[in-house]
Design a protein. Structure first.
Length: 186
């Protein structure tokens, strides 16, 4: 069982929408990011034929779907990103294009995306430290971050230590940062 999928659903001691607006905007970006992540793996699966790569994509897609399901159920709809079609398209393209290039390109892409997500979740976890009534949410984000670190490390191990080097990694991480900033706003 993934850390993101606890056996029992925690009982929130405070509703998500009681959080300050800056944190809700961060959670909106999480919703957008997890939606995009699911679609990255849809893009990979639409193109890739390599059985090992397909198994990698399917396993990680399931974890990302669990994260997305959490945000769909716990984040009030008014705080979910209104740009869902854009995140689906962007994710699909970010998965399909590297899959056209080859397995190493996919692994490098996943490693770069997850390197961004690691820091993104860490900032939010730190922000939630000041809100003890939302310890349940903080714990969930800690579990999601652990999953994302596993995805990053799994991808990087498949292509070597230089997975986060180079122009492509900077483009992917920069695009992820720009997407997160847009999602905070819309």
């Amino acid at each position: 069982m993934s850390l993101a999928e606890p056996a029992l659903r925690p009982v929130p001691s405070a509703p998500v929408d009681a959080l300050p607006e800056p944190i809700l905007r961060e959670l909106r970006s999480d919703h957008a990011g997890e939606l995009g992540a699911v679609w990255i793996y849809h893009g990979v699966l639409a193109i890739a034929r390599d059985p090992e790569l397909r198994a990698f994509a399917e396993a990680h897609r399931r974890a990302e779907q669990a994260h997305l399901d959490f945000f769909l159920s716990e984040l009030p709809s008014r705080w979910q990103s209104r740009l869902a079609p854009l995140w689906r398209l962007a994710g699909f393209v970010l998965g399909a294009l590297p899959a056209l290039v080859g397995t190493h390109a996919v692994y490098r892409t996943v490693a770069a995306v997850e390197a961004f997500v690691d820091e993104h979740y860490r900032v939010q976890i730190d922000m939630l430290e000041a809100h003890p009534g939302h310890a349940w949410l903080r714990e969930r984000l800690v579990a999601f971050r652990a999953d994302e670190l596993h995805h990053r490390d799994d991808a990087a191990a498949r292509v070597g230590a230089d997975a986060l080097d180079g122009l492509w990694a900077r483009i992917v991480m920069g695009g992820s940062a720009a997407g997160a900033e847009l999602a905070r706003r819309v």
